[in-house]
Ligand binder design. Structure first.
Ligand code: SF4
Ligand code: SF4
Ligand code: FES
Length: 556
């Protein structure tokens, strides 16, 4: 045991923790739950709710676990104890004196700490009459800002939300007003809760006092299925839980990863799935001799793509371009395709976007690009020809002039690369490198444009062949974020009928050039890629930890 470690025994389970850790944190490690409302590992400790009372051997009175630091070895703590149980029941009874019996109409029902602790630590009766509940008339639905609504009747005054705006975003919009039983939270005069992380207060509010304007009344939470995933709103790569029902995403919630987004995600990221159902492509299409797009089969569409690519390769005019929305495995297949065609014209677009910052213990995480995986595409070898994956990544990361992908798009004007295969991943109406008039005009000059994407966009309007592929919720794969961290996401649900995943579509295409190409699944493609990429040596998709793996950072 190192000198900074101390041992503590909680309900008979002994664990070692850093000296100075508090008992609530230590209980997580011991696999024992100390119920708590006002404690959050990233916020100052206020010892306010008294829900975390524990019995400590040698200490005459019960102590709050969140304010008790373990400084010496051998502390013995009991939670499974009659005195502790009586205290918990008492706190619950006090909290419920004024709490409305709102569960049937409350958005938090099903994921509410007050509900859960009532079952686990409360009692089935109250000695206080229902009629005398304190209420805040007219404060049942107060918009605190564009994303958050307050119902003051449900607030248990834990102040987590206030401390979040003081300590995490440091924007200080929220305050605790009035005194005693009339205490209430609200925004300071002239302010509104409108910072880039504002919806995180909804996540940390233990009850249904704070609800999200996007999600309130949209779904009962017990109907939701939950899948570990990644936000694709920028290259920060925040870990999320993708919550969905019957093939529809209902909300994103941050998934804790202390190395990446810690407990948080930004408000913008939470909106990025909203357009997934708009203008959805569900069948392959091919432009006919009259210039009209006609539905076709996958087999016919891929055969046409194959012949266009062969012809283009014979004339040396094939270009393969991806946006950083492609997963690392999809980018690897694009690179194999480019290798088969022996074309040097391949690349991934660099698309700078607004800076998005997420606080964490390592100084914060930053996203600066509008696509999540440019670095993964470079790692997969979709960089300038003649450079190995790591070399191309280093060169592209330091480049300030247009990259190969931008040059290929520009080259379409003079027909230099007149057969273009483009992996998109954008949505209609979004501002990206492939939706701008100059790029579209350039593409109109190309002889043939093949687009893989999930939505009908300005780009698909100029395409000759359109292949409908899955959104990131409908497939699995890996992304490499701005920290050069390789992270995986899982499939939440199947794509609509007629839609294939990018890996299915591209591996089918690669097989038309290389009959010996056997990889079909994302896992097989990843393992193949890892086998020839030095920085992925020894990594297998199945063994990739939930929190991802930090890859070597190439020199700038
Ligand atoms: S609104 Fe929620 S987070 Fe804020 S003080 Fe009330 S219960 Fe706590
Ligand atoms: S910072 Fe980027 S990755 Fe994180 S939640 Fe926001 S948009 Fe998504
Ligand atoms: S969690 Fe310890 S007093 Fe609230």
């Amino acid at each position: 045991m190192s000198s900074s470690m101390v041992s503590v025994t909680i309900d008979g389970r002994t664990v070692e923790v850093e000296a100075g850790s508090n008992l609530v944190d230590a209980s997580f490690k011991a696999g024992v739950q100390i119920p708590h409302y006002c404690y959050h590992p990233r916020l100052s400790v206020v010892g306010q709710c008294r829900m975390c009372l524990v019995k400590i051997e040698g200490v005459p009175k019960l102590q709050t676990g969140c304010t008790t630091q373990i400084t010496k070895d051998g502390m013995v703590v009991r939670i499974d104890d009659d005195e502790v149980r009586a205290a918990q029941e008492g706190i619950m009874e006090f909290l419920l004196i004024n709490h409305p019996l709102d569960c049937p109409i409350c958005d938090q029902a099903g994921e509410c700490a007050l509900q859960d602790y009532s079952f686990k630590h409360g009692q089935a009766f109250s000695r206080f009459s229902y009629e005398d509940k304190r209420t805040y008339p007219g404060k049942e639905r107060i918009p605190l800002g564009p994303n958050v609504v307050l119902n003051m009747n449900r607030c248990i005054q834990c102040t987590l939300c206030v401390r979040f705006t003081e300590e995490i975003t440091q924007t200080g919009e929220l305050g605790f007003f009035q005194r005693g039983s009339r205490a209430e939270i609200g925004v300071f005069p002239g302010k509104e809760l409108d910072n880039p992380l504002s919806t995180c207060v909804v996540d940390i509010c233990p009850v249904g006092a704070l609800t999200s304007t996007q999600f309130r009344f949209a779904e009962r939470v017990w109907y939701l299925d939950k899948t570990p995933s990644l936000c694709t709103g920028c290259d920060a790569g925040c870990n999320i839980t993708l919550e969905h029902r019957q093939g529809k995403i209902r909300r994103y919630k941050p998934r804790t990863n202390v190395e990446v987004n810690d407990y948080w995600m930004c408000d913008f990221g939470r909106t990025t799935f909203l357009s997934y159902e708009e203008d959805r492509l569900t069948t392959p299409q091919r432009r006919d001799a009259q210039g009209q797009m006609r539905a076709t089969t996958w087999d016919q569409a891929l055969s046409s793509v194959y012949h266009f690519l062969i012809d283009g390769a014979a004339m040396g005019t094939v270009g393969i371009v991806a946006r950083g929305a492609a997963t690392t495995e999809e980018a690897y297949l694009l690179r194999l395709l480019a290798d088969s065609l022996e074309t040097p014209h391949r690349g991934v677009l660099r698309e700078p976007g607004p800076v998005r910052s997420i606080p964490n213990l390592n100084g914060g995480l930053t996203g600066r690009e509008i696509t999540p995986n440019r670095r993964g595409a470079l790692l997969a070898g979709l960089g300038p020809a003649g450079l190995g994956p790591e070399d191309s990544e280093a060169s592209a990361d330091s480049a300030t002039s247009p990259g190969e992908a931008e040059k290929i798009l520009g080259g379409a004007v003079n027909g230099a690369h007149s057969v273009l295969l483009i992996f998109d991943g954008g949505r209609a109406g979004s501002d990206n490198a492939l939706s701008r008039p100059a790029a579209l005009e350039s593409l109109r000059q190309a002889q043939t444009v093949v687009v893989l994407g999930w939505a009908s966009t300005e780009l698909t309007q100029v395409a000759d062949i359109v292949l409908p592929i899955a959104t990131h919720a409908e497939t699995e794969g890996t992304l490499v974020n701005s920290q050069h961290r390789l992270q995986k996401f899982e499939r939440a649900f199947l794509p609509p009928s007629g839609v294939r995943t990018g890996v299915e579509a591209l591996s089918d295409l690669v097989r038309r050039f290389r009959s010996d190409f056997a990889a079909q699944t994302v896992s097989e493609v990843f393992d193949l890629m890892a086998g020839e990429t030095p920085s992925l040596e020894g990594i297998r998709l199945a063994g990739l930890p939930a929190g991802g793996i930090q890859l070597p950072v190439p020199p700038e």
